[in-house]
Design a protein around this ligand. Structure first.
Ligand SMILES: [Zn+2]
Length: 166
């Protein structure tokens, strides 16, 4: 009993020490992002009114949907994927691939100005966070284990997207 308590406290202390620098860095990143002026901007109350609960959690609070939960993961028709928050064109079916992760995946955005990036440390290490360039809504993350020609894997929450068939 005593031993397990001590062990747990040590583990927490160790986690706390290890996490302190990334957490500070992440806060800095969020501040920098909040100071950006996005073309589309609403109050939190207005975003809540415009979005479903899950859309709000992902787009405005950077939550992640459960893998294989989005019908867009298997969407294979030709068309474009738009931001669920503001309608901005984000991805094309021409750049979509099946990554097997359970999230809609693309090897590039529809154009270089469609999305923006920041760095997040939510899992304790740096990841490239990806958001809509027009409204700042969180989309997912970009990884470097994607297919040619970019080698990128844009791992996107389907709930953040609206598919419009061609
Ligand atoms: Zn948007």
């Amino acid at each position: 009993m005593t031993n397990s308590k001590v062990t747990r406290r040590s583990a927490l202390a160790w986690l706390g020490a290890g996490a302190s620098i990334p957490v500070l860095t992440a806060c800095g990143g969020n501040e920098a992002r909040a100071q950006q002026n996005f073309r589309v901007s609403y109050s939190e109350a207005e975003w809540r009114r415009r979005l479903t609960r899950m859309e709000f959690r992902v787009l405005r609070e950077a939550a992640t949907e459960r893998p294989f939960s989005s019908p867009l993961d298997n969407e294979s028709r030709r068309g474009t994927f738009h931001c669920q928050g503001c309608g901005n064109r984000l991805f094309s079916s021409a750049h979509k691939f099946d990554s097997g992760t359970g999230w809609p995946s693309f090897w590039q955005p529809i154009d270089s100005g469609a999305v923006g990036y920041s760095t997040d440390y939510h899992l304790g290490y740096a990841r490239t966070e990806e958001h809509c360039a027009d409204c700042g809504g969180h989309l997912g993350h970009r990884f470097n284990d994607g297919p040619r020609p970019t080698g990128h894997r844009h791992c996107i929450n389907g709930v953040a997207l609206e598919f419009r068939p061609a």
